[in-house]
Design a protein around this ligand. Structure first.
Ligand code: C2E
Ligand code: MG
Ligand code: MG
Ligand code: MG
Length: 304
């Protein structure tokens, strides 16, 4: 009896494994064509100052809508892109799209002024963040590719921010150190993403020339109700400040969390409370509503 059950279970599991393998293969096949078929797009999520809610930057987040498979979250297709090497082509497409988008937003500044007045557009001064995968980090041509991209688009290096996760950095810490130093020489900004979920050597953290730590959303999400998450968030903020870094909290979903983070001296906030990631045009509408062109942040706050 028990034997039969065990065999049935084994069969069940192997069927499940087969199904998963088939699904994965189908996804891989579709992903191979996704770029050329224009199925990939970038969404943008705002990042704001904790003091004053000024729009500081946007993070580019990849989306894939397959006519066959529907919308696939990046957590599912990016690992496949990494394992198959497709992430190189996809990653450089993301970088190029993001820089071209930044240049278009830059041009909005020139379009909004009535007559010959120059009116600051909320998106004209933002920086754009792009997530890098491990494969891109270990690509020896990454730095020259980015340098060429910046030259081609005319985007100033300091407006581009690259996000790298802790584990990516530590997996090959020595190579990462050299790669980051070269990127820093270009003048781009560097952030450590999902901070607190990986294993960081504090000694390396000091050696890497990093600008920001992004506190992982798993700590931010429950920090008001979970004392351990609150303690971890405070510790990351203190550590980052000791190292001269700015702190970004990601996954800020409500006003109370935003206020507490601001009181804890966390400089920057990102999350659904402000906006979900949006297509470029929707982000433009959001930005103009949040911070109307020509209106200073102080006016926005006074009206709120
Ligand atoms: P990430 O870089 O840490 O991005 C933040 C993720 O948190 C995004 O998920 C975003 O939609 C989500 N998020 C933002 N605010 C909130 C919030 O308030 N609450 C909750 N629950 N979630 C929030 P998304 O877009 O699904 O991306 C997941 C991950 O996929 C990213 O994590 C990043 O690691 C990776 N990824 C996305 N785009 C790219 C890309 O172009 N290249 C690479 N290499 N990785 C990417
Ligand atoms: Mg990120
Ligand atoms: Mg992030
Ligand atoms: Mg993150």
């Amino acid at each position: 009896e028990a034997k039969t059950t065990g065999r049935d279970m084994a069969l069940f599991y192997s069927m499940e494994t087969d199904q998963r393998a088939v699904a994965r293969q189908a996804m891989e096949q579709q992903l191979r064509r996704a770029l050329e078929r224009n199925e990939l797009s970038l969404y943008y999520q705002p990042r704001l100052s904790a003091q004053g809610a000024q729009l500081l930057g946007v993070e580019a987040l990849l989306r894939w809508t397959s006519p066959v498979l529907g919308s696939i979250p990046p957590s599912e297709f990016i690992p496949i892109a990494e394992e198959t090497g497709m992430i190189r082509a996809i990653g450089s497409w993301v970088l190029q799209q993001a820089c071209e988008q930044w240049v278009r937003w830059q041009q909005l500044a020139l379009d909004t002024g009535p007559g010959d007045t120059v009116v600051p557009h909320p998106l004209a001064q933002v920086s754009i963040s792009v997530n890098l995968s491990a494969a891109q980090m270990s690509d020896p041509s990454l730095v020259t590719d980015i340098e060429a991209l910046l030259a081609r688009t005319g985007m100033p290096a300091h407006r581009l921010e690259l996000e790298i996760t802790e584990s990516q950095l530590m997996d090959n810490a020595h190579a990462s150190e050299l790669q980051l130093a070269a990127l820093k020489l270009l003048g781009v900004q560097l952030s450590i993403d999902d901070f607190g979920t990986g294993y960081s050597s504090l000694a390396y953290l000091k050696r890497f020339d990093i600008d920001r730590l992004k506190v992982d959303k798993s700590f931010v999400h429950d920090m008001l109700s979970n004392p351990a998450d609150m303690a971890i968030t405070r510790a990351i903020i203190a550590l980052g400040h000791t190292l001269g870094l700015k702190i970004v909290a990601e996954g800020v979903e409500d006003l109370a969390t935003a206020q507490v983070l601001s009181a804890l001296d966390c400089e920057e906030l990102q999350g659904y409370h402000f906006s979900r990631p949006l297509p470029a045009l929707e982000l433009e509408a959001w930005a103009c509503q949040h911070q109307p062109p020509g209106v200073s942040v102080r006016d926005v706050l006074a009206a709120a």
